[in-house]
Ligand binder design. Structure first.
Ligand SMILES: NC(=O)c1ccc[n+]([C@@H]2O[C@H](COP(=O)([O-])OP(=O)(O)OC[C@H]3O[C@@H](n4cnc5c(N)ncnc54)[C@H](O)[C@@H]3O)[C@@H](O)[C@H]2O)c1
Length: 415
């Protein structure tokens, strides 16, 4: 429904072509150094690599062996900064046997193809959120089903979920600490379009072919003539991004769904648009959605990039209310209820300094899972359950329809 079949065929073909690297993986012994490659070394890739460098200095047994980018100046910068071997094509990097895992920090539209290519080459993956672009539900489904067979470790970069408080709260909910969850809310409020129009243009005179691989950059998006803004400020465009709902909402929906464990949604309604930042940006700046789950649970997600005043993340149960505070999750019984009040302390403060600590914890969780083969906190199956209602919301907004989900067939339907 979300893409025409020609572009879907193009994706499947190109993802198969991507997957030409020979499969090589090794079982890491306790003392073996984990060898890491980076695909995409722009803003986020560089930030994550810097964090890895700090972790190595603190004793983590990891090394960055290779880096890849389709923009040559960034590739050269990363080669020098991280003393790593550079590649212009990820398939060439993956053919190297000096790699155990990859960090993928390319634009959204590449995440599924980059991940498929890496798992087919026998690598474990830390892939940035969102797990896919809003027009790629079928490709996401294909990735999830394929990895069920291949069994690689895939951690999605929703680092807010790195705190153990969410698992503890999920356990408490399962044991009946709030009665039956019926209603939940969360949000993502921010002020400013620095993440879209504010993206840095490294070179206003950049040209396709001169250190820029524009064809690869476009992935399975509709073909456009080369454009400097599309290359450097891609988050402004619907071809490559989707605005708050698919870009930032995975951060908050992932921990909420980890606590609730509701499975696939039944129905999604949504409203959004460009309410304020109307200049060249295409993606919405404001977006609200309601998700209904089959077990009579509604999740409300509110957000705008125009004003940063938040609402609490909370779950209303038949017996109590669970609230995410900065340093704990609290459970407050309803008047007359027999359940007990309690507080579950968080590992990490949820604001300010906490953001850097969340990334450290999320990377460490990934490294640990690569060694132990346990499922990471932001695993692919959870990301599938998170991104599905967010993609449904985008479709609901674009088509002004209610979007239903056929759980047995894992398909979206507009009504
Ligand atoms: N977890 C977080 O908090 C967080 C924060 C920021 C960004 N992100 C995510 O990280 C991703 C990257 O965002 P960014 O701000 O760094 O963008 P960016 O444009 O700064 O970096 C992306 C890089 O990928 C390169 N690239 C594009 N296609 C490629 C390909 N096929 N192979 C190799 N390199 C390729 C580009 O040339 C660019 O250098 C996005 O998906 C974004 O949502 C996550």
């Amino acid at each position: 429904m979300e893409r025409d079949s020609a572009s879907r065929r193009l994706f499947l073909k190109s993802s198969a072509a991507f997957g030409t690297a020979a499969s090589y993986s090794r079982i890491l012994g306790a003392n073996d150094r984990l060898r890491l490659g980076f695909v995409g070394v722009g803003g986020r890739g560089t930030g994550v690599a810097n964090t890895v460098v700090n972790l190595v200095a603190a004793g983590e047994n990891v090394e960055i062996t290779s880096v890849c980018d389709i923009y040559q100046p960034r590739l050269e910068r990363a080669e020098t900064r991280f003393k790593a071997k550079g590649y212009a094509r990820s398939a060439d990097m993956l053919s190297s046997t000096s790699l155990d895992a990859v960090v993928i920090a390319t634009p959204d539209r590449h995440h599924v193809a980059n991940t498929l290519e890496a798992i087919r080459a026998g690598k474990d993956v830390y892939v940035e959120k969102p797990i896919c672009h809003w027009a790629q539900f079928d490709q996401l489904k294909q990735l999830v089903h394929e990895n069920r067979k291949i069994g690689r470790i895939v951690q999605v970069g929703t680092q807010f979920v790195a705190d153990s408080v969410w698992e503890k709260a999920a356990e408490a909910i399962k044991e009946g600490a709030i009665g039956r969850p019926v209603h939940a809310q969360t949000c993502y409020f921010r002020r400013g379009d620095q993440g879209e129009r504010g993206m840095k243009v490294d070179d206003p005179n950049a040209k396709d072919g001169l250190g820029v691989d524009w064809e690869t950059f476009q992935a399975d998006a509709p073909r456009r003539p080369f454009d400097v803004s599309r290359l450097f400020q891609w988050r402004m465009y619907m071809d490559y991004s989707g605005g708050p709902v698919t870009d930032t909402y995975p951060h908050m929906l992932t921990p909420l769904l980890k606590m609730l464990n509701p499975g696939f949604p039944k129905k999604v309604v949504a409203l959004g648009g460009r309410y304020y930042y109307n200049h060249e940006r295409e993606v919405p700046d404001t977006f609200d959605l309601l998700i209904q789950y089959p077990n009579n649970l509604t999740v409300v997600f509110l957000g705008t990039f125009i004003n940063a005043t938040r609402i609490d993340t909370l779950i209303r149960g038949s017996e109590a209310t669970l609230t995410r505070k900065a340093e704990a999750v609290t459970i407050e019984p309803a008047r007359g209820s027999a359940v007990v009040a309690r507080e579950i302390p968080a590992d990490i403060h949820s604001f300010g300094e906490g953001h850097a600590q969340q990334l450290v914890a999320h990377l460490k969780d990934f490294f640990d899972c690569v060694r132990t083969r346990k499922q990471p906190r932001g695993n692919l199956e959870l990301a599938y359950l998170v991104q599905t209602p967010l993609i449904m919301a985008m479709q609901a907004h674009l088509h002004e329809k209610v979007v239903r989900f056929d759980i047995a067939r894992e398909e979206m339907r507009m009504v």
